[in-house]
Write a protein that binds this ligand. Structure first.
Ligand code: SAH
Length: 484
């Protein structure tokens, strides 16, 4: 972020605008909304600009720019139609340390103007650091249609009752809840409809309700945050993130997802380095209970889906045992997200009738399962946490009668910018992982490939197929699929 967004208090400050044409007029339309003291300096001034003075007085000096014009200025706009003059104004302002904006001259400016959605006192400023103003316009258009015209009235009325609420409700958690009830419910409707007495009645009702309530009971939501790509979380997860007071965050959750959360929410990171670290799990359970008992809304953020290899049961029962309500928000699990990302269906009519998810590691080490059922015809499965135990899987599956050429697709860092896809066959599984340097997180698909689905693999899939099976490692080659 090169340009830092701030809101500048211009009340009673001097702002100088050099120029009297269309460019100056555009800036003035915005500046006349402020309570700043505005001075326009220009030898010639357009009629439209002078007309603005009728609604909102400001000073016009009909003469050439003079360096002393800068003396009291807090902000300067160089908006003449003379590039030479604009440069002169900019240089003089810079020399005096006054922020200056040259209209259409970002190189000479030391601040730039954002696109603005104005619902005074609610103002949304949008910037692209000058890279793509059209994107800013797109966001502006969306916000304009989304924010009610009288939205500012809601903020103004909230400002007017802020002190009253602060005095009536001292518990901070309860106070925030009451604000939410007011700003999202009936009170807001009354304000937007221009019905102050309705709003007052509703305010009294909510204050009475708050007086009769002790600190509210907190809650815990187990939230599946998907595989990493921020757009792959659900709307419901996003809503929970926006309202949560405390976030308890897993290692696999992409930090970009935190952008959806309140900036003042407490963040507790509980990165689990080793699956099945019981002490750590107890500590997480205790944290959830402790924070919820304070009355907080706790969002427990997990990678993928909370119910798939997510230790959700332990956390739910610990929280319920403390009498705290728990909700679960499903997420897109890694296997489904990885499959979609590489265009690989996980079931196939007539060919793959059963699709299983299986963990490659457990607290006790590599897993033992009913291997013969996994290698039966019509089966496919996704191994989670299997990178380190791949050799164990290869051995057990082959011993149970799996075909050595059973297709394998490995997706590492699925849906993230560093996603990699390797395709090989079962007999080469562990070697492919070692040679391709796959460290995870990764999903290993067994029994699925594009060819049997009648599809071609995406171009970026790395095919791992050493020239001759069992050849010495130094003669191994790997190549990338070409588009056929
Ligand atoms: N609850 C999660 C799984 C947690 S177990 C879910 O539903 O997805 C952790 C394992 O998930 C990792 O070892 C890896 O196998 C898999 N995984 C998580 N994110 C992944 C990603 N972006 N790409 C590939 N595999 C991922």
């Amino acid at each position: 972020m090169r340009y830092f967004p701030i809101f500048l208090d211009l009340d009673d400050r001097h702002v100088l605008i050099v120029g009297g044409g269309e460019k100056a007029l555009q800036k003035l339309r915005l500046l006349t909304k402020t309570t700043a003291r505005l001075t326009v300096v220009a030898e010639e001034v357009e009629d439209g600009l002078a007309d603005l003075q009728v609604q909102r007085p400001f000073t016009i000096l009909r003469r050439d720019f003079n360096e002393s014009d800068l003396d009291a200025a807090a902000l300067v706009f160089a908006a003449s139609d003379d590039p030479e003059l604009d440069r002169r104004v900019a240089a003089a302002a810079r020399a005096k340390g006054i922020p200056v904006n040259v209209v259409d001259g970002p190189a000479d400016s030391n601040f730039i103007m954002p696109a603005i959605v104005d619902r005074d006192p609610v103002v949304v400023a949008i910037g692209t650091e000058g890279t793509a103003p059209i994107l800013a316009r797109e966001i502006k258009a969306k916000l304009e249609s989304w924010l009610p015209a009288h939205f500012g009235r809601v903020a103004q009325s909230a400002g007017a009752i802020r002190q009253k609420i602060g005095e009536a409700i001292t518990d901070p958690v309860l106070r925030r809840r009451t604000w939410e009830t007011l700003l999202q419910g009936l009170w807001r409707q009354f304000v937007l409809n221009g019905d102050p007495s309705g709003a007052d009645r509703e305010l009294t009702r909510q204050l009475d309700a708050a007086r009769n309530e002790a600190t509210p009971v907190g809650s815990v939501a187990l939230i599946g945050c998907g595989p990493g790509e921020p757009d792959l979380i659900t709307l419901k997860a996003q809503q929970h993130l926006q309202s949560a007071d405390v976030l308890v965050v897993d290692r696999l959750v992409n930090p970009a997802i935190m952008e959806y959360a309140r900036r003042d929410a407490i963040r507790i990171y509980v990165g689990k380095e080793r699956e099945g670290d019981a002490a750590l799990q107890d500590e997480i359970n205790r944290t959830l209970v402790r924070e919820a008992l304070k009355g907080h809304r706790v969002a427990r953020l997990k990678g993928g889906d909370a119910f798939v290899f997510g230790r959700a049961a332990e956390e739910m029962s610990a929280v319920r045992a403390a009498g705290i309500p728990v909700t679960v928000v499903p997420g897109i699990t890694a296997a489904h997200a990885c499959a979609a990302s590489v265009g690989l269906p996980v079931t196939l009519r007539t060919k793959v009738r059963q699709f299983t998810v299986i963990t490659g590691a457990s607290a006790e080490g590599p897993v033992e399962v009913d291997w013969s059922s996994l290698v039966a015809p019509g089966q496919a499965f996704a191994i989670y946490m299997g990178v380190r135990t791949a050799e164990h899987f290869r051995e057990r599956l082959l011993a149970a009668g799996a075909q050595p050429d059973t297709p394998i697709v490995i997706v590492e860092n699925g849906t993230l910018s560093n996603e990699r896809v390797v395709s090989t066959r079962l007999s080469l599984l562990a070697r492919a992982i070692a040679d391709k340097g796959i460290v995870g997180p990764a999903i290993i698909f067994v029994g699925l490939d594009w060819a049997s689905a009648g599809l071609t693999p995406p171009e970026r899939v790395e095919l791992y197929e050493p020239a001759a099976q069992g050849a010495a490692p130094q003669s191994m080659i790997s190549q990338t699929h070409s588009t056929a």
